[in-house]
Design a protein around this ligand. Sequence first.
Ligand code: HEC
Length: 139
Amino acid sequence: MISGMYRKFLVYALLILLPLPTTGWSGDEIVDGKVVYDRECQVCHGTNGMGSDFDWKTPLDGPGLRYPPPPLDYSAHAWHHPDSVLKGLILNGGKDGRMPPFKGKLTEAQMDAVIQFLHSLWKPEQLKWQQEIGQQQPR
Ligand code: HEC
């Protein structure tokens, strides 16, 4: 009886504790790009890279012309950047500090997996351009 209640308590405790956000990853072994994206990027860049609720081309009010996070799918221009640039941005974050750096937070494999996931959101001709021409242009 008591052990039964105890077990029940344990299950509830686990259910409550498990989804708590941790600092960093509990599992570096997770290299599924969509899982990584949903956990680390979706909050700003929206479901499947479709962007936030704000129009990314219209600055939010206030000084400094801060633009909302852009979509990362085919509708904006993440695909204009070669993978090396995307990786650098994910590693070091954006210049004005609104996009956080993921160095030390995600493994190299996880960053590569996220980039592969971004590829899957682009149109075939965009991906082709990014792979063939984009990679040759320093950006
Ligand atoms: C706290 C919000 C936030 C989070 C979390 C975030 N980003 Fe960003 N991201 C931004 C903002 C704001 C910009 C645009 C300004 C800039 O480049 O710094 C941006 C820009 C980008 C760009 C450049 C897009 C372009 O068209 O040039 C890419 C690619 C990108 N983010 C990928 C990611 C990935 C991948 C993740 C998750 C690993 C992520 N971001 C997490 C806010 C965020």
